[in-house]
Every structure is written in C-alpha cells, then in structure tokens.
Design a protein around this ligand. Structure first.
Ligand code: SAM
Length: 291
C-alpha cells in the first residue's frame, strides 16, 4: 500500500479534503518516508507495545507506527482532520483517534480504557511545536509507566532537554525530564522533510524511562519550587533567586544560609552550575530548615 507520507499522496489527500494548514496548531506534516521510518525504528516498536501518538495530522506517522505496534491511540485537536484520518487509516484496525486536546486529556483514565496494561507503553510523536514544553510537562506529570518516548521537536527545545550542567541550555526543563528519563538526541531533521516547511530546525529526541527517578528527595514539591525559583532569573546568583523564591525576611535568609552551607554550595553560584544531585541535596537541606 502506498505510504500516506509520499509527497504526491499527501498533496492528493489535502486537495481532496480542501485542507488548509493552521499555523496556530503547529501543522507541519512529514512527507519524508525515510525520516518517518527512522522515528519508528528509534521507538523500537513491536507487537508488545501500545503506543500513544500526539497530533496524527493526516496519519503519516500513525500508519508507520500501526504497522509495527499492538495498538495506537492518537490525540488530534483539529476536528477537520477526523474525516481525513478515518479515510487514510481505514485499513489499520489497531488505531483509535480521539478528537481531543492532549493537554486536556486525563491520560491515566484514557489509557486504562483503551489499553489492557499487558503491553509496554510508548509515546511517539511529531509534536506541535507551539506547545512542546507544556506537552512534555503534561506527560511527565501524568506519572505514566512510559518505557520509551520518541519525539520530534524544535532543535532548540531538544537541546534544552538534553543539556548538561554548566551549559547555556541547561534549565528547569532539563531537570524535569532527566529526573525521570535518560535522554538521547537521536538526529537532526532538515526543514525540507515537512509540508509546509517550519521556520526552525527539528530534532528527534529519545527518552527512556528510568526504573526510579535519578534522585529522590524528601519533599518533591519543594524540589520543584527550588528548581523553578533558582532559574527564574538566569543572570542572577542563586542567593538572589532563592530570596525571591522563598522570601527576604531575616529568618528565611538565615535558614537559607544554613541550608546552602550544609549542601556545600556557595551563594554566589548560578543555578546552571548545579547538578540535579546538588539541587536534591539543597532541597533536602532547605526542607530540614522548615522555611
Ligand atoms: N503527525 C503528523 C506528521 O508527522 O505529519 C502531524 C504532525 S504536526 C507537527 C502536529 C499535529 O498536532 C497537527 O496535526 C495538529 O493539528 C496537532 N495538534 C496541535 N495541537 C494539539 C493539541 N493540543 N492536542 C492534540 N493535537 C494537537
């Protein structure tokens, strides 16, 4: 069967349905079959896997996943694509498409309804770039038992996710993702692989779920608050950012000073120099001070 992603077939489908791309929904469809196959290969998808896809578009990637996976569950926000997908994915009986905003989806409940829990859970997607970070955070916060994620995103966000301490790209997103997953920047994708072509370069990121988080902390909420606060103003020192986050009262400053000393971190440090382990240690020391 001819691939949906074949540029000529894609054009025919778009014409038949009079489909006009909505830039506001991040609609850049893949028409390069080699790239699509590379994405699916990176997902190491087999019949043991149930796969969630975000934003199927006209089904180009969905089709490639469906050929390998046990089941595919795709979330598409644009209702104009529903009749198109019904047509293009007609032969794939293991695919369900939900006309739903992924950010509004109660993933735990929906997955329990559609998947039997006997298969590995994977996420494979060519993400809508205007909401890459919110989607990443939504997936992480859902606390799903995800084995592997393969996500296409703008190169700049991929670099932030993959960044090491000391680099410019390192920040709260790097920490949020690396806490739960091992990250690998798999490959860069040229703009020419898309229709229409996006303005930015893209990259495929592979995320393999960790058995346990990279660090465990006494108070996860405090850790999240600490990381967010520490990176709030990147040019400022950790000391400045901590005061802005936790308060400037004398007792708060005294407690923060003790916590920093205990964690062996200089107040003049900048957040981007701290490893995830150091953030965890500082979080536990602040927690003990009961600020
Ligand atoms: N998977 C297709 C491909 O690779 O050719 C299309 C990818 S396109 C970059 C992103 C898709 O996500 C579009 O189909 C868009 O309508 C959809 N989308 C945008 N925002 C969404 C949201 N909040 N929830 C679900 N889908 C969304």
């Amino acid at each position: 069967m001819e691939d949906i992603a074949n540029p000529e077939r894609t054009r025919k489908i778009l014409k038949r349905y009079g489909f006009k791309f909505k830039k506001s929904l991040g609609q850049n469809f893949l028409t390069n079959i080699t790239i699509l196959k590379q994405i699916v290969e990176a997902g190491e998808i087999t019949k043991d896997d149930d796969v969630i896809e975000i934003g199927p578009g006209i089904g180009s990637l969905t089709e490639q996943i469906a050929r390998k996976a046990h089941k595919v569950l795709s979330f598409e926000i644009d209702e104009r694509l529903m009749p198109v997908l019904k047509d293009t994915l007609n032969h794939y009986h293991n695919v369900t498409v939900l006309n739903q905003d992924i950010l509004e989806a109660d993933l735990q409940t929906i997955i329990a309804e559609h998947f039997d829990g006997q298969h590995n859970l994977k996420i494979v997607a060519n993400l809508p770039y205007y909401i890459t970070t919110p989607i990443m955070l939504h997936l992480l916060e859902a606390g799903l038992p995800i084995d592997r994620m393969v996500l296409m995103m703008q190169k700049e966000v991929a670099e932030r996710i993959n960044a090491d301490p000391g680099s410019k790209a390192y920040g709260s997103l790097s920490i949020a993702v690396q806490l739960h997953s091992e990250v690998k920047l798999a490959f860069i994708v040229p703009k020419t692989a898309f229709m229409p072509q996006p303005n930015v370069d893209s990259a495929i990121v592979e995320l393999v779920g960790r058995q346990a988080p990279l660090v465990t902390v006494e108070n996860q909420e405090l850790f999240d608050q600490l990381v967010r606060g520490a990176f709030a103003q990147r040019r400022k020192t950790l000391w400045n950012n901590l005061q802005n986050q936790f308060g400037k009262q004398d007792e708060v400053k005294a407690a923060l000073t003790v916590a920093l000393e205990q964690a062996d971190i200089a107040p003049s440090t900048r957040a981007e120099q701290l490893s995830i382990q150091q953030f965890a240690q500082l979080s536990d020391c602040i927690n003990e001070q009961s600020i």
